[in-house]
Design a protein around this ligand. Structure first.
Ligand code: ADP
Length: 521
């Protein structure tokens, strides 16, 4: 190759190479320290890469102001290479130009050097992003492990709480399979936790009612938690409705159960059942009821004696009674009568609770009973000047029921209507029937029942605040007894009421509902 040809060849190579290239002269100060350099020749891509123009013959400190401060190492390296002739390769970030360069430098002649540049800004950015991603994922991992240990601590706490709770606890997933069971549940049910885990709830737990009939799956509190999304608590108030759990070895014990759904994001993801063995409470309850029963029995005889003798004296059977004496004797007689009624009520409650309430169904005329109860109430109705409206259907057939119990129902709801209606009010008694049921309805325009107390009206000893303020007599036992009697006869009782407007009580009784039951006298 001739010189000219080779010169042209190199020039074309020089201008067309993708790397930037610069040929520079290093400037040293008096102490031979490299302080600046002058561009002698550069190729096209140098200008493109660096975004610079017309650099030939100029000092770098002029061309790129600030380079000395941002990249002092450049001067060191170039100075060294231009003195020693040892080539070098390095990466540098040129801050004034905001670019990353991969630089190769060599020296063709002392105090001169050639640099080849590649723009590696993009690669550096990717590397930086990768590094950031790595740091971020490491942070996430660290956070996760912190969370994990927090969760483990919380779990350990939950487990400690679960095992120290005195009630049995079982939790299931959405499929009804057991996922949690505490020590008390293990002890009561006779199932080992490991055995029960993952089994279906109904494989582990059998529930029976008082009579020993298996409670169907769909009626169990836990099933209701799933199907109705409600919390159910079983009752402890009467002996008839108490549920019993069966342990693995078929040992039966009475329980009170509360089952609740576990809801997350509006979805039921499981259910929790808490249960307590109430054998002891029931024994205490029974002893209490038996005591009341015994005391009431014993009280009846002397009270009846007082009643008889007062009546005899009042009638003058044992000599003349002066008006003042008569007045006090009447008070004694009335007070004693109220005491007998109370004792009878207490006896009825204890019979209901001990399950010794007797029922003697016989052909009964409901209308005759209604009329005789109305007659009994007449003095009170007249005293208060109440308007009494009677709608007694003529179509009610004679049907089989216990007349004493039916009388008790009429007496209770009618006497309440009379008692809790202000003078000059109105009471309406309706007795009707269809082919299977007799319906009794008693409406009054009386004091009514406050909304917030309506749910308690049938509970034992409950009296609403508005009547307690007006009337101190009354036990809060009448409706409790009536409801039990009606329900034991297969019937229903409910009411509607608005305070200061009035109340309507409804009773329906099936005509074939009452089964004969021998109880105590
Ligand atoms: P008692 O009448 O002895 O208080 P009950 O069990 O018969 O007991 O009634 C319970 C409570 O229900 C009453 O104290 C009263 O607050 C309310 N109640 C019952 N019937 C009526 C009625 N017709 N009007 C207003 N309140 C009533």
């Amino acid at each position: 190759m001739k010189f000219q040809t080779s010169e042209a060849f190199y020039k074309s190579l020089f201008d067309n190479m993708t790397d930037g290239l610069a040929y520079c002269q290093m400037i040293f100060d008096v102490q031979e320290k490299p302080v600046d350099f002058i561009y002698k020749r550069v190729n096209k891509n140098f200008e493109k890469l660096m975004g610079l123009k017309d650099v030939i013959g100029k000092k770098v400190t002029k061309v790129i102001p600030g380079i000395k401060a941002s990249n002092p190492e450049l001067f060191e390296i170039y100075g060294q290479v231009s003195l020693t002739g040892k080539p070098k390769e390095f990466e540098a970030y040129i801050e004034p130009l905001s670019i990353w360069l991969l630089v190769s430098v060599y020296s063709p002649q002392k105090k001169f050097f050639v640099t080849l540049f590649q723009n590696i800004t993009k690669r550096k950015k990717i590397e930086k992003d990768l590094e950031n991603a790595r740091i971020a994922s490491q942070n996430v991992l660290e956070d996760l492990s912190v969370e994990k240990s927090k969760t483990e601590i919380a779990k350990a706490k939950d487990e400690a709480i679960l095992s120290s709770i005195g009630d049995g606890i079982i939790a299931t997933g959405p499929d009804g399979k057991i996922i949690v069971m505490n020590k008390v549940a293990e002890k009561l049910l006779g199932w080992k936790v490991e055995e029960a885990m993952g089994k279906l709830y109904n494989e582990v737990i059998s529930l029976e009612d008082e009579k020993g009939t298996l409670v169907p799956l769909e009626e169990r509190p836990l099933t209701k938690a799933f199907t109705q999304s409600t919390t159910t608590t079983t009752t402890t108030t009467t002996t008839t409705n108490i549920l019993h759990l069966l342990s693995k070895n078929k040992i039966k014990f009475p329980v009170v159960i509360t089952a609740s759904p576990v809801v997350l994001d509006n979805k039921i993801i499981g259910a929790v059942e808490v249960f307590r063995d109430i054998t002891k409470e029931r024994e205490i309850d029974k002893a209490k009821t038996e005591f009341v029963s015994l005391a009431s029995h014993q009280l009846r005889t002397p009270l009846t004696t007082v009643s008889w003798y007062t009546e005899m004296i009042l009638k003058g059977d044992v000599g003349k009674v002066i008006p003042d004496q008569k007045k006090y004797l009447k008070e004694i007689y009335q007070g004693n009568k109220r005491m007998i009624e109370l004792v009878n009520t207490l006896l009825n409650v204890s019979r209901l609770e001990l399950g010794t309430f007797n029922a003697n169904p016989q052909p009964t005329d409901a209308i005759a009973i209604a009329k005789s109860v109305l007659d009994e109430q007449k003095p009170n109705i007249e005293k208060k000047k109440l308007v009494m409206v009677e709608n007694l259907s003529k179509d009610i057939p004679i049907f089989s029921t216990d007349p004493k119990l039916l009388r008790m129902v009429f007496q209770n709801i009618l006497s309440n209507a009379v008692e809790y209606t202000a003078p000059s009010g109105r009471i309406e008694l309706t007795v009707s029937c269809d082919t299977k049921t007799v319906a009794i309805k008693v409406s009054d325009t009386g004091y009514g029942i406050p909304k917030n107390q309506q749910s308690q009206i049938f509970t034992k000893l409950f009296r609403a605040d508005n009547v307690r303020a007006k009337d101190t007599d009354g036990t809060g036992l009448g409706l409790y007894i009536t409801k039990s009697v009606v329900e034991n006869s297969g019937g229903k009782i409910w009411f509607e009421s608005e305070e200061n407007k009035g109340s309507t009580f409804y009773v329906t009784l099936p005509m074939d509902g009452v089964k004969k039951k021998e109880g105590a006298a």
